[in-house]
Ligand binder design. Sequence first.
Ligand code: C2E
Ligand code: MG
Ligand code: MG
Ligand code: MG
Length: 284
Amino acid sequence: NMNEAAGVPVSVYNEDVRLDIQRDYEIERLLRRDVLRGRLEMHYQPKFSLTSMTLVGMEALIRWNCKELGPVSPAVFIPAAERCGLIVPLSQFVIQEVLDQMVDWRNQGRPSVPVSINISGSHLNTGEFTRELHDAIAEREIDQSLVELEVTEAVMVDAGSRAVFNLEALRATGVRVSVDDFGTGYSSLSYLKNLPVDCLKIDRSFVQNITHDNTALAIAKAIITVGHEVGLHVIAEGVETPEQLDCLKLLGCDSVQGFLTGRPVDKAAFDQFYEGPASKSVAA
Ligand code: C2E
Ligand code: MG
Ligand code: MG
Ligand code: MG
């Protein structure tokens, strides 16, 4: 070891690990405080039909602007929540917030489009998940078909039968199910046929490369063909350029979501930009 030879006693590796643990602990402590106080908020990103270019849905994405840490990415704090046993309360907060927002939109007389909620595997795998969600929807007299769950392909593949069983039960009540980040989780066509799902979301990694990488193009094309063959709706996530959008349109993809057609925004901005289906055309 070069450091020892040079007489440096503390290895850089150990110092890094110590700082990582300290940082993780701090994130978990502050996250626990803010989840328990309901200090996170939901943003909404529009989804547009590629045939009509009208608003056909939206995805709810959680945001955490921590007083001490500033904005923290869900890619950082969702895994932290999983590690420290906060994922169920966090997920319950998300569900309440989104369903309450849907009631507000209904009360404002806005035309309704389905809203999707990301569900992590560990919440989906709990025994109470189905009943809790069903009751939360029924309590507010929300049309079940306006609620969509996004579950990543990795969770669908790894999940015990409980997760699939829970999705089947919810789907029987009319809730829709979407496979998020599709193409990254190694499912096969025959496997897809048995999953209780309505929609495939092509992962951003393929969309990003679709115009300059033949493999990404081939995979996107295959997902669209296979999805349609088994009767599923196919949406592409992470669409950033008009070229990507045109390409997906040519391939027959049903809808798109991405920075090109609309970034995730808070509810006030969403209300300002989007009135509902057919109100705002991306082509305009
Ligand atoms: P996801 O469900 O695949 O969400 C899409 C992510 O891509 C979001 O990141 C969104 O802001 C981002 N995105 C959308 N359009 C574009 C684009 O055109 N270009 C690029 N570069 N990015 C785009 P975000 O909000 O940081 O969320 C990351 C992940 O965290 C989500 O991936 C989801 O897995 C998870 N997540 C977010 N909100 C929730 C939540 O409420 N509950 C749970 N359990 N997970 C959540
Ligand atoms: Mg998602
Ligand atoms: Mg996704
Ligand atoms: Mg993704």
